[in-house]
Design a protein around this ligand. Structure first.
Ligand code: NAD
Ligand code: TDX
Length: 332
């Protein structure tokens, strides 16, 4: 049994991880979360109080961070400003949280010699052409496109430097696009599902040709536990489940599953600098650490996710109108 400090544990992937840890281990968890617009205490509802504690605070505040890192056996660092479109509108919070927040946690991990796992994204590698057979590997050069991905790239490089210069016991994972329950309605799949549930037509940026490599958040969680358990200090592991789909196909699947004509969507203003394609080669994680994903069938995972949003309108409804007003102001 261990005690984990999970930063950003009231967000989408962090809360899925906390649910996964409670279901599959006997670890206890402290969640450190600022409860920004993206954090939601309700995402942790129903978890046993003796296993999961929520501390509301900022990862960039050393006074909050230090005692929590001191008492933890390991830090699993999910907290971030995570949405590309927001980073194009107002980059500053991305620097504060993704860079200064990660620095603050690393300094505490250094002081207390605490094991550290840093959660990152495949977006640090930039994008691939649609007709390029290549996929990202751990050796792909960093080439981020957006304020969001550049701050994530910066945070990854801080972790690498703190391992080499100060001996911090850290690992890094870069995962592809996640889907599943508890994802904020600003993101692509929940936005389109909740649009359809509200009678609004789905909105595809550009021509809908951009490709993302989808993985269920629960598979991301099992990969992170595997790395915490067996990962080699200083190493980076790419996490992906061979789930490449273009955005138009995903919208057509949502429309088909919900019983609508598959062309009942709108093409809207494209995202500036929009990355064309992401694709992950997760061979290292699979062969060296023996991890395999369990959600092989994207259509089944998507159908279950649609059911979750249908059954949990109280969770997402408060954010929906504000998000749609923000997108409408940008022609999206
Ligand atoms: P999210 O936006 O849903 O959640 C982020 C959480 O961090 C929220 O609960 C928020 O309140 C909290 N937070 C933000 N700033 C904070 C601060 N200064 N101090 C404390 N807490 C703060 O994000 P997500 O989609 O769950 O992403 C989680 C992590 O996974 C991020 O590091 C992201 O870069 C990474 N990631 C996401 C994806 C994806 O598809 N969503 C894919 C790969 C990697
Ligand atoms: O309404 C939309 N219409 C649309 O076509 C929205 C919100 C998005 N899109 C497109 C943009 C992308 O090509 O869908 C794709 C996915 O968009 P997002 O959900 O915003 O995700 P993305 O930009 O790919 O980044 C996500 O994956 C990597 C997460 O938000 C990041 O945190 C993670 O690092």
């Amino acid at each position: 049994m261990a005690h984990l400090l999970v930063t950003g544990g009231a967000g989408f992937i962090g809360s899925n991880f906390v649910h996964h840890v409670v279901a599959h281990t006997d670890h206890t968890v402290t969640v450190l979360d600022k409860l920004t617009y993206a954090g939601n205490e309700a995402s942790l509802a129903g978890l046993p109080e003796e296993r999961v504690r929520l501390v509301v605070g900022d990862i960039a505040d050393p006074g909050v961070v230090d005692p929590l890192v001191a008492e933890a056996d390991a830090v699993v660092h999910y907290a971030a400003e995570s949405h590309n479109d927001n980073s194009l509108h107002d980059p500053r919070p991305f620097l504060d949280t993704n860079i200064i927040g990660t620095y603050t946690l690393l300094e505490a991990a250094r002081r207390h010699e605490t094991r550290f796992h840093h959660i990152s994204t495949d977006e640090v590698y930039g994008d691939l052409e649609l007709d390029d057979p290549a996929r990202f590997t751990e050796n792909t050069p960093y080439n981020p496109s957006s304020p969001y991905s550049s701050t994530k790239a910066g945070s990854d490089l801080l972790v690498r430097a703190w391992v080499r210069s100060f001996g911090v016991q850290a690992t890094i994972s870069n995962c592809s696009n996640n889907y599943g329950p508890y994802q904020h309605v600003e993101k692509f799949i929940p936005r389109q599902i909740t649009n359809v549930l509200r009678g609004i037509r789905p909105k595809l940026y550009g021509k809908g040709e951009n490709v993302r490599d989808w993985i269920h958040a629960d598979d991301h969680s099992s990969a992170v536990l595997t790395i915490l358990d067996k990962g080699k200090i200083g190493e980076t592991y790419l996490i992906g489940a061979d789930g490449e789909k273009d955005n138009k196909s995903v919208v057509e699947m949502i429309l088909q599953i919900t019983g609508h004509p598959t062309d009942a969507y709108d093409l809207v203003t494209d995202r500036p600098g929009h990355d064309m394609r992401y694709a992950i080669d997760s061979t290292k994680l699979r062969t060296e650490l023996g991890w395999t994903p369990t959600y092989g069938d994207f259509a089944a995972g998507l159908a279950a996710t649609i059911d979750w949003y249908r059954e949990n309108e109280a969770w997402w409804a408060p954010a929906k109108d504000g998000v749609e007003a923000f997108y409408a102001s940008k022609g999206q």
